[in-house]
Design a protein around this ligand. Structure first.
Ligand code: PSU
Ligand code: MN
Length: 305
């Protein structure tokens, strides 16, 4: 739960505040995907378009970020566009969200930090592309995203296209199970892998449609089980890049990261950038399509709640 003492640090954009006060559906959006996940100007165009999809779907979009130390729940068009152009934004997770506020810094919020901020104002649904997870080679590097812990503790529904295929999906699923996070395939029995509709792993749970997802969320709440849940929504077939094809690009990107000794927070942005390069921009088109697809579903879930 969020302490009242957080309020003075938060700016809720007027349309979001009105919707929350009236109990109308709101969908949160992350901003690391804007600041670190995609190049300019595609990032800004994607962010604007995803907001529009949510609005067209009958919910109010709330893109979350930290701007000059203020936690922003919903951005104006100008704020969103200048965030897209910022070259030196921080990448903020639970560990550094408070630092950015204390130091008056600007940063994109990851899945973890976006969940925290959404929960502070009572937003229950959040759309993203892919969550962070257990990186390949984590048994050596210990690189496990804080997104997984956040899913275990913060009661927000995260709509994703699964875990990025640059991760170890099997270990990511294991950690989520250990931490008690339900992982729900939306209309699929197989866990999707971000750019691809299929991974070699089964989706732990399957539900069909926003009504059943909303009902499951309410039931968990009533049972006092705590924490969030992950919805894995496969990328539309028309935009999929088959897993066999992605595997080569991912391996090459991983090799490049190792050769350049890329570690810590830089790993995910580096791999995404490298894969974009290797696919000649095709991975970016797929990334945009799957975020849009998730935004559509998230709006439906927010309405069902
Ligand atoms: N999805 C994308 N691009 C991204 C991310 C997700 O398509 O850049 C971001 C999310 O914000 C996610 C973060 O929370 O990557 C995970 O980073 P890390 O592995 O360092 O925790
Ligand atoms: Mn990491």
């Amino acid at each position: 739960m969020t302490p009242e003492t957080a309020r003075p640090f938060i700016d809720v954009h007027a349309p979001v505040a009105q919707a929350l006060a009236a109990g109308r559906p709101v969908v949160a959006l992350e901003s690391t995907i804007i600041t670190h996940g995609m190049p300019y100007p595609d990032n800004g165009a994607m962010a604007a378009n995803v907001e529009k999809i949510i609005a067209d779907g009958g919910a109010v979009p709330a893109t979350i970020a930290v701007v000059n130390g203020r936690i922003k729940i919903g951005l104006s068009d100008g704020e969103r566009e200048s965030l897209a152009m910022t070259g030196d934004a921080m990448k903020l997770s639970r560990a550094d969200l408070g630092f950015a506020v204390a130091q008056g810094r600007t940063g994109g919020t990851t899945v973890a930090a976006t969940m925290i901020a959404a929960d502070m104002v009572g937003i229950k649904v959040f759309a993203t592309g892919g969550i962070g997870g257990v990186h390949k080679g984590a048994e050596k590097s210990f690189d496990i995203s804080a997104d997984l812990d956040e899913l275990a503790r913060t009661p927000v529904i995260v709509v994703s296209a699964g875990a990025k295929a640059i991760l170890d999906i099997e270990k990511t699923l294991e950690v989520l199970e250990t931490r008690g996070v339900p992982v729900v395939g939306h209309g699929c029995e197989t866990m999707p892998a971000f750019w691809s509709r299929q991974s070699p792993f089964r989706a732990p749970l399957t539900l069909h449609g926003p009504e059943d997802i909303a009902h499951f969320y309410r039931t968990r709440l009533a049972l006092g089980l705590g924490g969030g849940m992950l919805i894995a929504n496969p990328v539309p077939e028309s935009h999929e890049i088959p897993a066999e094809e992605m595997a080569g690009y991912i391996e090459a990107a991983q090799k490049a990261a190792e050769a350049l000794n890329v570690t810590g927070k830089a790993v995910t942005p580096f791999l995404l950038g490298k894969i974009l390069e290797l696919t000649g921009g095709r991975s970016l088109k797929t990334n945009i399509a799957l975020v849009e697809n998730n935004a559509r579903l998230a709006a439906e879930i927010a309405k069902a709640l």
